[in-house]
Write a protein that binds this ligand. Structure first.
Ligand code: CA
Length: 222
């Protein structure tokens, strides 16, 4: 899953980017509200974390622009401590959730996880479940038939994306856009290698290849 973080406090942004990358998310970071208004509307983010006090354009105006253009991406706003007015204005402008500064990184990670599942119409249970697999996003480990299967960081990122989109044909280009940040070179051969590793670990039937279209996860047709 690919996230946009909009935060002008550089030390905080550095900490959040590192923490989110550690959770297996691809993260783009911007500090300016005008840049965010544009990039958030053209890049296919799965979720946006938006500070409200920003140079260039206030976060509330950025959010209003996105929602005015019918951008449906989940947005979590970061607000100043004690500013209930800011939280209310943010929710009115179309935020899906908020966190009050300062917050513990783990709380951000859990809220991000919950919002991403909610956006896919899934309940926020301890593990993400699809096609007989249970994915523990904290431990970055998958269980199949009661057996724990270890995953590399790249396999975990890919499997989480598949498990959030079961029964949907996903082209390599689409997967690359949602698994890598804007700075990383996107190589579809690498994706193919990770898909093959997942098949070796979980069984071939879990990910089907639709020639010329992409991959289909979780239909079990093989
Ligand atoms: Ca700020």
């Amino acid at each position: 899953m690919r996230l946009l973080l909009v935060e002008d406090n550089v030390p905080l942004a550095d900490e959040l980017v590192a923490g989110l990358k550690g959770q297996g998310y691809a993260v783009d970071w911007l500090a300016d509200g005008r840049d965010a208004a544009y990039q958030g509307s053209v890049e296919p983010y799965d979720l946006i974390i938006l500070d409200l006090g920003l140079p260039g354009l206030p976060g509330l105006d950025v959010l209003a622009q996105w929602r005015g253009a019918s951008l449906a991406t989940p947005v979590l706003i970061l607000t100043a401590r004690g500013s209930w007015a800011e939280r209310i204005e943010g929710l009115k402008a179309g935020a899906d959730d908020y966190l009050t500064k300062p917050f513990h990184p783990e709380e951000l990670h859990l809220r991000v996880q919950a919002l991403l599942r909610r956006a896919r119409g899934l309940a926020n249970q301890p593990t993400l479940q699809a096609a007989g697999l249970h994915l523990d996003e904290q431990r970055q480990c998958v269980t199949q038939g009661g057996v724990d299967i270890q995953l590399t960081a790249a396999e975990f990122r890919l499997l989480r994306y598949f498990m959030l989109h079961p029964g949907q044909i996903l082209s390599k280009g689409h997967l690359a856009e949602h698994l890598y940040d804007g700075e990383t070179e996107r190589d579809s051969n690498v994706l193919e290698v990770h898909v093959n590793h997942l098949r070796r670990k979980l069984g071939r039937a879990v990910i089907e290849t639709r020639r010329g279209q992409g991959y289909l996860f979780g239909t079990g047709a093989g």
